[in-house]
Design a protein. Sequence first.
Length: 64
Amino acid sequence: MAPLLFKPKTAKTAVPTPVLVIAKEDTETSAAAIGKLLNLKELRMASEDLMKDVMPGVETKDDR
């Protein structure tokens, strides 16, 4: 299983509401489809800083 953390488009001053998706590693995921399902605008992969804030201890590409 692989955790994927997305962030919707928000105003610069707004606090983003992250979206955590847990999927099998071979599952195709579409940020656009997930965003449409959740009625969120322009989901994109979260930054590594946000990942570490939301999921402390998560390994990022900088940690490898």
